[in-house]
Write a protein that binds this ligand. Structure first.
Ligand code: MG
Length: 312
């Protein structure tokens, strides 16, 4: 039987009061050093996530509950996501690159350099419905051997990048971050949220095709709330991994509640058949609970119908 812990929602605003769900949080797996990068595969009904210092990726099967290795060694993969075709996009901190795992299992390098210089160590990525891949590049994977390989930083700065879906060009879209980390688009893809872990805030930008507006601070965390992974639900609320648990923000920027967890929390993803199951990667464990909330529509099912049924 799966171990559980009591669900602890902290309601800070009445808008969070409706966000209920299971009164127990399932512990789907324990035994990672540092769980990160959860990504749910609807077609296979399994979840893959990273265990960064152990340089491995694990796979949890929704049908059986079994957990086993997915990729070892992983190149210190951190964040993961899926593209429009359901292919895995991974940020390989140790290999200092963003890759795509093709349907045949081969690995394609999406980005490893900018202006001829090696990337620092890509941390997290997200795909837009036009096929562009946006990622953050702090230096965590090159400043110690714990979560990567010690190496010299070649790029003067820690930027947010966009990879063009047609040309493959890697371009900087924001160059004024200290430690850019988790990132996510609003459901209509007009906004991009990006966490800056060192600066202690989340910024939001308007997206203009392949460019970003100047951006503004959307949320500022407390001293023990270092922002990491971000996801949005289908109403546009922002869910941020920070400290021991998740913070939930209304689109107007109000912190409306928390989901408390016993461990430092790195990232989350909405999954399950209805995208109403939260999967949370937090230090030693992978946690899960069903909620009243539905995750934002994934990139292969955007309003334009990309990859969906033909219009009638
Ligand atoms: Mg991260």
């Amino acid at each position: 039987m799966t171990d559980t812990i009591p669900t602890e929602f902290e309601v800070l605003d009445e808008r969070f009061a409706m966000i209920g769900g299971d009164d127990r949080i399932e512990i789907l797996h324990t035994g990672t050093r540092w769980a990160e990068g959860p990504v749910y595969f609807p077609a296979g009904r399994f979840l893959v996530w990273s265990d960064i210092p152990n340089e491995r990726m694990l796979r949890w099967d929704e049908m059986t509950g079994a957990v086993g290795p997915f990729r070892v060694p992983s190149g210190y993969v951190n964040g993961n996501t899926l593209d429009r075709e359901g292919r895995l996009i991974s940020c390989e901190q140790g290999n200092r690159r963003v890759t795509r795992t093709e349907h045949d299992g081969s690995i394609t390098v999406i980005a490893d350099r900018w202006e001829g210089k090696r990337l620092n160590s890509p941390n997290d990525a997200v795909v837009r419905s036009d096929g562009s891949i946006w990622f953050t590049d702090p230096p965590y994977g090159i400043i110690s051997n714990y979560e990567g390989e010690v190496a010299e930083q070649e790029i003067d700065g820690c930027h947010v990048y966009r990879v063009d879906p047609v040309s493959g060009e890697v371009r900087v879209v924001a160059d004024d971050f200290v430690r850019p980390n988790g990132l996510a688009f609003s459901p209509d893809e007009r906004l991009l949220y990006v966490a800056d872990t060192r600066a202690g805030h989340v910024r939001v930008f308007e997206v203009h095709d392949d460019k970003l507006s100047a951006g503004r601070v959307f949320a500022t965390g407390g001293p023990h709330e270092k922002y990491d992974g971000l996801r949005l639900d289908d109403t546009g609320r922002l869910w941020a991994a920070a400290g021991k648990g998740l913070l939930c923000y209304d689109p107007d920027g109000t912190l409306i509640g928390r989901l408390k967890l016993p461990e430092f929390t790195a990232n989350l993803v909405f999954g399950g058949r209805k995208r109403n199951r939260l999967f949370i990667a937090a230090s030693s464990s992978l946690y899960s609970l069903m909620t009243n909330v539905t995750g934002a529509r994934p990139v292969w099912a955007t309003p334009s119908g990309t990859g969906g049924s033909p219009a009638r």
